[in-house]
Ligand binder design. Structure first.
Ligand SMILES: [Zn+2]
Length: 96
């Protein structure tokens, strides 16, 4: 289980670790790999079978942690909340 405060904290941590970040908007075809939000687990890209390429299905931020390591996360924090809620992993009764 997680809560909204945790989600905010994780996203801030990503931002603080990243050397740079880049936003991929929905429909962007430059995303060439399967991507998943590290905070909520939502798939961010999907394969277009007939083209063999990936398309961004959920706007997200790509954090460049190092030259060889990147992490992706939903652009909209509400996307993370919604996904976690659907999975039953969001505890909304924690205050603070
Ligand atoms: Zn997310």
């Amino acid at each position: 289980m997680t809560n909204k405060k945790d989600v905010v904290r994780k996203r801030k941590k990503l931002q603080s670790m990243a050397r740079k970040s880049y936003i991929f908007k929905r429909g962007d075809k430059r995303a060439s790999t399967p991507r998943i939000c590290v905070v909520c687990g939502r798939p961010l890209t999907s394969l277009i079978l007939r083209e063999g390429t990936y398309i961004t299905t959920c706007s997200h931020i790509r954090f460049y942690i190092s030259d060889v390591f990147t992490l992706d996360c939903c652009l909209d924090i509400h996307s993370c909340y919604r996904t976690l809620r659907q999975k039953g992993e969001l505890n909304e009764h924690v205050n603070g």
